[in-house]
Write a protein that binds this ligand. Structure first.
Ligand code: PA5
Length: 471
């Protein structure tokens, strides 16, 4: 059973929103597209007979969570998930930090999971407070000299204790193609630094401390062979980069952080089941797409703002920006996704959102319960700040008032909103969220009559960059 809830009432308005009949008009098409995604595409994928318009057909993310859990049930040690657990449960005795190298779909999901599910100061906690789970850093997602140099320096410093483990780190390098410039260059540099740091022990330790996640062949796969990596995890065939968060690409870093990966996958399975069986009017994925799509079509809401009302979901928002932009921004169509973190960004973007060009829909992501006890404003003898009148209120009280107040204000200026309610942030709800938005993206891509998989437009900059490098 899914635990997410969707309230789209803030988008229904005769002046600025859509109507019930706009949504109902999509029902027949959506039901057909659901069958196409879940049945027709599966048959095409399995047979390998994929028509040109559907190539590439990276649809395997749709059944991957079930496949992964079943594989683990059948073979607890040898399955991909079993091997991930084995590495995650043993390597923390040897290291105190992990550098995750990857770009785009090959790192954004893992970072989103870390920010959503770990203490925001995870990397600053003592080894004991982290339960011996490693600190985690993300690189290979740029060619920023100082960012890379600083991380290399940070890793060399090690942890604050004297044990051998606290002096060591591992590298998780993720690239499906195995040839992406940013990640490949970073890997070369970080590998050299790790090797130098390990000195005479590098021959023995490097094969354990370098953990690649890549396709079944390619430059990174070959490099892994030459290093003699003990474990090489796969980005499964038929799973595109930005649809790979629930494969080893996201699951390995999550397991290294000690997150509950079984619940993560179960959350995705629950969302799959919901999408497959829930009737149109109760189907959260279909309703989310229907409302957003009709707002773009009928009311020209070409900017889709994901307003996350917790800092913990900022990277999740960026993961979604990438997913939607790279999937559906093709052939001159596709809305522009934009993440805002509130209340923070109410002080930077809201003026424009409230009164600027009326081209946006605001999808609020609201987390209902917090991990920590509510912080009270508090009574003070120094009432120069004038806060004693709300001394008994808590930060969640203020947050709720801000959410309601912002929605009301946006409606008053004719701007539609929706609320996606997340009961609490954990791996189970994150699994639901990831899967929901991946399905939603494909469903909308299909209505737009583009292929949501593949990213042909990204190739041009790569070949230009190579030319400028004299290659
Ligand atoms: O969504 C995608 O496919 C891209 O964002 C890729 O994930 C990104 O370009 C990295 O590619 P690779 O994993 O091949 O290094």
């Amino acid at each position: 059973m899914i635990s997410l809830r969707f309230d789209s009432s803030g988008s229904f308005d005769s002046e600025y929103g859509i109507s019930e009949s706009d949504i109902v008009s999509l029902e027949a098409d959506f039901r057909k597209l659901r069958t196409e995604m879940l049945e027709t595409d599966r048959v095409m994928y399995d047979s390998g007979e994929i028509p040109r318009a559907k190539n590439p057909l990276d649809a395997r993310f749709l059944w991957l969570p079930e496949e992964t859990l079943e594989g683990y049930e059948k073979d607890r040690e040898g399955s991909e998930l079993g091997r991930i657990f084995k590495v995650a449960n043993s390597i923390h005795d040897e290291i105190d930090a992990v550098a995750v190298l990857g770009i785009g779909g090959s790192y954004m999901g893992a970072r989103a999971m870390m920010e959503a599910c770990c203490d925001p100061y995870h990397n600053e906690l003592s080894r004991g407070a982290r339960g011996s789970k490693p600190r985690m850093y993300f690189e290979g997602n740029n060619v920023d000299n100082d960012a890379s140099a600083s991380l290399l320096h940070r890793l060399t410093l090690g942890g604050s204790g004297d044990t051998l483990a606290e002096k060591r780190h591992a590298i998780v390098v993720i690239s499906k193609s195995g040839g992406t410039m940013e990640t490949a260059v970073a890997f070369r540099q970080f590998l050299q630094a790790l090797e130098d740091g390990l000195g005479s022990e590098s021959k023995e330790l490097l094969p354990r401390l370098v953990i690649p996640v890549t396709g079944a062949s390619g430059k990174l796969f070959d490099l892994a062979g030459s290093i003699g990596c003990q474990e090489v995890f796969s980005v499964p065939e038929g799973v595109g980069g930005r649809f790979s968060v629930l494969s080893s690409v996201g699951v390995l870093p999550a397991a290294l952080l000690g997150l509950d990966c079984i619940r993560l996958l179960e959350g995705a399975v629950a969302m799959n089941e919901h999408f497959r069986t829930a009737p149109f009017e109760e189907n959260l994925v279909m309703q989310y797409v229907a409302v957003n799509h009709q707002l773009s079509k009928i009311r020209n809401k070409t900017i889709r703002v994901m307003s996350v009302w917790t800092k913990a979901l900022e990277s999740f928002g960026l993961w979604h920006d990438q997913l939607l932009a790279e999937s559906n921004g093709k052939s001159g169509v596709g809305v522009t996704p934009l993440t805002t973190v509130n209340t923070r960004d109410l002080h930077s973007r809201h003026q424009q959102h409230q009164q600027g060009l009326n081209d946006k829909v605001f999808n609020n992501l609201v987390v209902e319960s917090y991990r920590h006890d509510s912080l009270v404003v508090g009574q003070s003898a120094r009432n120069q700040d004038g806060l004693n009148d709300i001394a008994g209120k808590t930060l969640p009280d203020i947050m709720n008032a801000a959410i309601q107040g912002t929605n009301d204000a946006l409606h008053a200026d004719g701007r539609p909103t929706t609320d996606l309610i997340i009961p609490q942030l954990d791996t189970y709800t994150m699994g639901q969220l990831f899967q929901m938005l991946m399905i939603a993206t494909v469903l909308e891509g299909r209505i737009l009559k583009i292929n949501p998989y593949g990213q042909p437009g990204v190739e041009q900059y790569k070949s230009n960059m190579n030319r400028y490098l004299g290659r």
